[in-house]
Design a protein around this ligand. Sequence first.
Ligand SMILES: C[S@@+](CC[C@H](N)C(=O)[O-])C[C@H]1O[C@@H](n2cnc3c(N)ncnc32)[C@H](O)[C@@H]1O
Length: 616
Amino acid sequence: MRAFHRNSSYIPWIARFLSHMLASSRSEELEDKLRSTETCRLFMAPSTIPNAGIGVFTAVDMQEGGSLGYPDLAIPVTDLDWHNGGSRQGGDYHWLWKDYDWLSSVIGDLSFEAEEVVACIPGIGAMPNCHFRLSNVKESWTRYDTAGLHRSKDPGVGAFTGYHGREGIATKDLKEGSELFVDYGEHWFTLREKELGLVPVAESYVDAELVLEKFHSLGLHGKGEVAMSELWDLIKSFPYKSRALSALPNLYEAANRAIEVGIKETELESSIRSVEWLHKYGKCLDNLRPGNSTIVGAGRGAFATRFIREGNVVAPAPLVHIPYKEQLLIFGELESQFTPEGFTIRNTSDVRGKQLLLNYCFGHSKSTLLLCPYGSGTAFINHNRQVPNVKIVWSDERRAMIHNSTWLTKSVDFLEDQLSPGLEFDFVAIRDIEPGDEVFLDYGVEWDNSWSAHLKNWKPVENANNYEDASQLNCLDKVSCQGMPALRTYEEQLEKPYSDQLAIYCYFNYWDGREMIWNDELDDWREPSGENQLKYPCNILMRNAGRLYNVDLTVPLYDDDGFHVSDIIVEVKDVPQWGIQFINRQYSSDLFLRNAFRHEMMIPDSIFPESWMNLS
Ligand SMILES: C[S@@+](CC[C@H](N)C(=O)[O-])C[C@H]1O[C@@H](n2cnc3c(N)ncnc32)[C@H](O)[C@@H]1O
């Protein structure tokens, strides 16, 4: 009280100052809100699964079928083992992306690009955790196109991925605050038992419920809560671990609740965070949406979905580290030499190019290290040296999910030994960004010089004028097919063939997962973006009225061990045009152009640690 009086002469000044501060922060806040199209709907925040690192959460109620965030792109990585001395070459290397990349066959047509293809998909494709019982997100098929570029005239061709449109879709109604879970497949966990322990899979919960039921029916409740709680601790600490034991709640209180409502319900309850909590501890994941870049020839770009004030985080970007960038080199073959198993052998003195992934990673001229962001939407951010509106900074550890600043003092060899990501950038606004603005980063002077040299020296490859990319001929639904030329039948193609590098595939309605069933009366042509999509090589036999075609499918048959034993030909009638798709044959698309631009984005000297400078 006395102190108050003593300092009373300052009160008018302090009050004025405080009220000014409050007024200005209030008006900024209000202004931000007014200029925002909406508040954040998707957050990255610590997972509700203990020790599972990053989680992704919806901050709004979401109905089954609703889109979670914005679609992301998929970067094909081809024949990585072959080029990098993987098992076939008798060597070994650490590829951290393996915990994040996807088997290409579940992504889209990129499985046709090469013999072995994996897809690196940032955002929803890489961040959400897996919980078999609570799976609530599925991811759509990617779409493919060259963003209007053609190898006969555009130097940017092959320098960005054609695969995009991979979207997270809610598979059930979700309450605001729910953590998103995708299904990685049980195999993912059984392969990683050493690192992750016995993570419960679907059937573990059946066993766990039985244990819980028995525990409940012991009838020991009369002995008091303390005894029951001790018994529960004993069960949970039982030294013979199993997936079922891991599926049981950790705490006695949670076990009690699970007896009441079931394990699933308790897990569901604890997988929801409050929206306030997400705002406090999370980072917004849907400030960026993809669109066609305003830079001609640059492919797609990232656009702000809402107002972002200078200094604020536009998007967080956890980083996958690749300690030695030679892992992204692509080699030619040794002529007429084969491994005992009959595989071709790479010629290490014939470097043919670099994986496209390089263009989506950051590096430094004095280091072999690459850091590849898997934030949502950040992979779309294009380069602009004149008017960038974002920069990269190391995440502030107090708000970061995985950033470990001690790694900045360690060597590249140390990073090679780190088997999970531990670094994180934030893309931060360096000026106010309005909704709809394209977001640009300055990729650095080396990138800029290299791009200028590319523009100066670029010449189209031989026969580029005759190249017809599959995406030029494909239409994806009834409406878009209306504007397309009719497809040529097999006989018409004898007169006027399609380009050699194109193959024709047809969708096929199937069911079961084990047994192929076909029924040409079924009118169930899979949506190109749908799940369970299968397509087989086909011949167009006849064009019917209404852009429907009769086709011959070549359907492979497999034995019980999954080996391809033979093919059968199945005739299917009245396939709609969008059920017939052109595919670029292996190694023929723009991805493999020898003259395609490849360069990593540069990490500024000001934030690049000296301890990582292992090149002179
Ligand atoms: C991180 S990706 C950016 C997203 C990319 N535009 C896409 O469609 O996927 C980097 C690549 O985008 C393209 N790019 C970025 N900025 C560009 C610019 N200013 N001019 C031309 N191409 C650019 C180049 O192909 C580059 O290798």
